[in-house]
Write a protein that binds this ligand. Structure first.
Ligand code: P61
Length: 472
C-alpha cells in the first residue's frame, strides 16, 4: 500500500505546484561557450556527441547513466567503504538491499551493466540459440551475439511507432513469441530477455498483465525469463500510474512483485540505483548461480566485489533504498514529463507517450528531407549542440549498427535523438532552456543536409564513429 508521507506539500493539499523532495547542497559550475567554439568542438569530434569533451558541453543530456547526483547519505556511505579484497561488509549491505527490494536469492556485483550482461549471456546461451526480447539494446544484443546467440525482437508493433499512444509500448507480443517457439522449438530458446522500461523504444514500460501472461507462456514451454532491471523502478511507477488495480500499491511493492515473476535480473546500477558506477547480477537458480559465481572471478573480480570498490557498493546499497521511494520517482519522471509537455505544446515531434528517462525527438519527422542513410538523428544531435551546447545522443541507424551476416546497416524503424535527463541534477529552468533550443533547431530544420559516416569501429560503432557534413 502507498505510504501517505511521500507526498510533497503541494500534493498533500491538491495544489497545482509540487517540487523535488530534496534541496541542493553542492553545485558544479557550468561553462558557457561561443558559437565559434562549438563549431570547432563538434568538427573535432567528427559530429559525434560521444567524442565531445565534457568541458565543452553546457547541459549534458547524453545519458542518465552514471550521471546522477548522489545524496548526502550516499556520500556518507562512501566513507564507510570496507576495502577488503574478500567479504567486504559493503557487499553484504548490497546483497541485502537487492534481496529486499528486487527479491532475488543470489547476488553478484559487477563493474557495470554490460559486465553482468556478459556473464549471463555466457552462462545461459548455447551456440545458435535464440534470445527473444522486447526490442534490442546495443550492449545487451552484442553480448548475446558474442555468446553465439541470435536476438529476435518480439515487442508489440506499437513500440516501433513513435506516434502510437499505447500505454505499455514495452509489452511483449505473445503471438510473436509463441510463433518463434513453434517454429524453432523451446529447446532452441535460451531465455526471454525482458527489459523494463525499454530504452530504445523511448523508455516505455511493460505492464504487469503482460508479464504475467508471458510467465504463463514461458512456464508452458519451460523457458526462463531474465530481466534487464536497469530502469525497472521507473517501469513500476508507470504500472502504479496507468495499470488498473495497482494505484494503491507502492512503487517498491510493485517492483518486487514484478521481479518475483522473473528468474533473475541484470542491472546497470548507474541508472535507477543512483550511483556513478556499478552493476549487479541476481538469479534464483542455485546451479546457474554456481556457474556465474565462477565466471565473475574470471572477468570482473572476486564474487564479493565484482570490479567495484567497497565504497561503491555501499553507495549502491543506499541508492537502491532511495530509488524505490514514491516521492523520488514521481519527481524524477515529473521532470522528464515537464520537458515533454513543453515540446508537445510547440508541436515538436517526439515519441509519445513520454517515457521514463528521456525525451526522444523523432528525427524522421523533424527532418523529412533526410534519407535514413544521411543519419538524421545524428544530424539533429550535432545541430542541437551547435545551437546551445546541449549534448544529446543518436538512437537510430548509427546506434543500430550492421547485420553481422550481411554487413549492411540495420535500418531501425525508429530514428531518434535522445535528450536524457540525469537524476537529481538539473533544474526546471534548465529544462526551459533545452526546450527553447530544440525549438530553435526545429525552426531552422529546412537547412539541414545530413551527415555521412567516414570511420566506424567494429563493435558498437556509434560510440567512436566519425562523420562528415554533407553539403547537398
Ligand atoms: C544509456 F549509447 N545504457 O542508456 P552499462 N541495459 C540498458 C541500458 O540502458 C544500459 C545497459 C544495459 C546507457 C549507457 C550506454 O549504446 C549505449 O552500465 C537498458 O552502461 O554497461 C546502458 O549498462 C548497459 C550508452 C550503453 C549507449 C550503451 O546511456
Amino acid at each position: 500500500m502507498t505510504d501517505p508521507y511521500p507526498l510533497t506539500m503541494g500534493q498533500q493539499f491538491g495544489r497545482r505546484s509540487w517540487a523535488e523532495p530534496w534541496k541542493i547542497k553542492m553545485v558544479e559550475p557550468l561553462r558557457m561557450t561561443s558559437r565559434g567554439e562549438r563549431e570547432r568542438a563538434i568538427a573535432e569530434a567528427g559530429y559525434n556527441t560521444f567524442l565531445l569533451k565534457s568541458e565543452d558541453v553546457y547541459i549534458d543530456l547524453l545519458t542518465d547513466s552514471g550521471t546522477s547526483a548522489m545524496s548526502d547519505r550516499q556520500w556518507a556511505g562512501m566513507m564507510l567503504g570496507d576495502e577488503a579484497y574478500a567479504g567486504s561488509r559493503n557487499f553484504y549491505n548490497l546483497e541485502d538491499a537487492v534481496r529486499m527490494h528486487y527479491g532475488y536469492k543470489h547476488v553478484l556485483p559487477t563493474h557495470q551493466g554490460r559486465g553482468a550482461e556478459h556473464l549471463i549471456s555466457r552462462a545461459a546461451i548455447k551456440q545458435g540459440q535464440y534470445i527473444p526480447g522486447n526490442m534490442y539494446f546495443t550492449t545487451t544484443r552484442l553480448h548475446q551475439e558474442l555468446a553465439g546467440g541470435v536476438f529476435v525482437d518480439v515487442i508489440v508493433d506499437e513500440a516501433h511507432d513513435p506516434a502510437s499512444r499505447h500505454p505499455f509500448k514495452g509489452d511483449v507480443d505473445l503471438n510473436k513469441l509463441e510463433a518463434l517457439v513453434k517454429r524453432e522449438g523451446a529447446e532452441r530458446i535460451a531465455y526471454v530477455s525482458l527489459a523494463g522500461t525499454v530504452n530504445m523504444a523511448g523508455g516505455q514500460p511493460v505492464s504487469m498483465a503482460n508479464l504475467r501472461a508471458l510467465r504463463a507462456l514461458c512456464d508452458r514451454h519451460g523457458i526462463k525469463i531474465y530481466l534487464d532491471a536497469t530502469r525497472m523502478v521507473e517501469n513500476a511507477f508507470f504500472i502504479q500510474e496507468r495499470e488498473p488495480g495497482w494505484a494503491d500499491w507502492s512503487v517498491a511493492a510493485i517492483l518486487k512483485e514484478f521481479c518475483n515473476c522473473t528468474d533473475g535480473a541484470w542491472m546497470s546500477a548507474k541508472k535507477d540505483n543512483l550511483v556513478n558506477i556499478g552493476g549487479w547480477l541476481a538469479v534464483n537458480d542455485d546451479e546457474l548461480f554456481e556457474e556465474l559465481r565462477n565466471l565473475v572471478v574470471v572477468y570482473e573480480g572476486l564474487h564479493t566485489y565484482g570490479g567495484l570498490a567497497g565504497r561503491d557498493m555501499e553507495a549502491m546499497a543506499i541508492g537502491i533504498a532511495e530509488s524505490v521511494r514514491d516521492d523520488h520517482i514521481r519527481a524524477r519522471i515529473g521532470q522528464v514529463r515537464y520537458l515533454g509537455e513543453l515540446l508537445t505544446d510547440w508541436n515538436i515531434p517526439i515519441v509519445q507517450p513520454v517515457g521514463g528517462h528521456a525525451i526522444f525527438l523523432d528525427a524522421r519527422r523533424f527532418y523529412p528531407q533526410l534519407a535514413q542513410v544521411k543519419f538524421p538523428a545524428q544530424t539533429l544531435a550535432a545541430e542541437l549542440y551547435l545551437d546551445s551546447g546541449i549534448r544529446s545522443m543518436e538512437r537510430g541507424i548509427a546506434s543500430a549498427g550492421r547485420d553481422p551476416k550481411t554487413g549492411d546497416h540495420y535500418y531501425p524503424k525508429l530514428e531518434l535523438t535522445r535528450l536524457t535527463i540525469p537524476r537529481r541534477v538539473y533544474t526546471q529552468a534548465h529544462m526551459d532552456v533545452v526546450a527553447e533550443s530544440v525549438k530553435a533547431v526545429h525552426d531552422a530544420r529546412e537547412q539541414a543536409r545530413g551527415l555521412e559516416i567516414v570511420y566506424e569501429p567494429k563493435y558498437l560503432r556509434f560510440f567512436q564513429a566519425r562523420f562528415r557534413r554533407l553539403q547537398d
